[in-house]
Design a protein around this ligand. Sequence first.
Ligand code: ADP
Ligand code: MG
Length: 507
Amino acid sequence: MARTRGSTRRAAHVRHRDGIADRRPAKLLQGAAGEDASVLLLGLEDLPDECWTVLAAAGIGLARVASASHAIRALSVGAAEVVIADARKGPALAAAVRARRDLASAHIVVCAALDSPHELREALDAGADDVMRIPFEPEVLAARVAAGLRAARLRDNEALLRSLVANVPGAIYRCACDAHWTMQWLSDEIEEISGYPASDFIDSAVRTFASVIHPDDREHVERSVMDGVDAHRPFTLEYRIVRRDGGERWVLERGQVQEAGDGRRWLDGAIFDVTARRAAEQALHEREIVEAQLAEVHASRARILEAADRARREIEGNLHDGAQQRLVSVALRLQALLAGHPELAGDARAEVGAILGELRAGLAELRDLAHGLHPAVLSDRGLEDALTSLAHRAGLPVHLHTALPAERLPTNLEAAAYFTVCEALANVAKHARASRAWVNVERRDDHLDLEVGDDGVGGADFRSGSGLQGLRDRVAAVDGTLAMESRPGAGTVVRARLPIDSPGVRG
Ligand SMILES: Nc1ncnc2c1ncn2[C@@H]1O[C@H](COP(=O)(O)OP(=O)(O)O)[C@@H](O)[C@H]1O
Ligand SMILES: [Mg+2]
């Protein structure tokens, strides 16, 4: 609004505005053009110009307008705040102004002759703010106009505040510092939040504000607010509102205590709906929990596998150093017995020979068993040699291609790679009816790529056995991925990609 407040302080002039009825061109009405007037005169042509000089002396700008519509135009562009009108034109002007929300701050004074009190009543009924009898004392005019200007500006400020408050995305309030939080003033936004209109809460007309606070939160609200009040600090708190439809909303409230002159205390503040923010926080929190649980499961799976591998290595070691060694020495002794006793009868020799044969077969089985548990060659000589030995023992032609670094890889990574190839080749032998197979193992940047393929019957499925499933778990435990291509009749290819520097991988 382009209102020139300063104009009231400048020397006042009554001057011509658009459409001014210049019927009585007097000295007073020929003011300097271009200055904003604060007061408009409508009608009242019969009064001498001297009536108005008091306003000029008080620094109040004055302009005459020809009609109510001219007055309204001047008010709507903010060129004036007070209109002094006669009883003829005043009531219609007052009615027209009151019908316009945007002119709510305008102050209308209607003047009427002493002998026509009904005219004054009529003006007030039409919406005039003030009435004056003619003739009036200059001082009375000055005082009434000054009061009118003050009232207009106050209303203007109020309108500004109302418009600002209406645009705040929260409910603004003033309430008593009592057990009900009795609302003295509350903006309409509360209806968005609670489902109840603000008027329900004003003076607790229909319900108290305390009644819509979630019962479990009431104590917390009271404590937080009163702590702030006692310490004369602003308070901030979050709590739940129970809506009219039974739903809950989380709100953030900020406020501060204000002391009224009469010793009463008010709380002034704002209430914002933060339900969406709380829900997002909650979702994030839940996701963090799930992620932590997943990480724990992941870590424990890796630990279980590691422990199992360690146990297998130990059993393999014990078999190798214990039972296997003893049986080997028994076999050697039997061999020596046969060699050192040529006099032994043929049937006894045959019997010992048969025992020796059994013993060797048993030893071979034991070696295979120990190898299956944990291949000593993997621990002793590394992945490349262990894969070579696997390829040789596969029972069909296997083309092996490796591109591995000279240095050893982390133990559980080597084990994952080894057991992947081992299981895939075992499957080829058991299920594929293939004529050949191939194994590619390569280190690429920060991961190890494995591929085991065959030209067999295909149709392999993760769900129909436990071997591939277990393989997938083992690969996942080192943060790797396992994929399989196996169309019926088109052979099978198993691919694994194992990251080398993943946290799941330990040396
Ligand atoms: N290379 C393959 N060629 C054909 N079929 C296969 C192959 N590998 C696995 N399969 C099929 O997929 C199933 C699941 O394999 P797997 O999980 O290793 O179980 P299993 O213990 O039977 O070996 C096997 O039972 C077999 O029917
Ligand atoms: Mg299998």
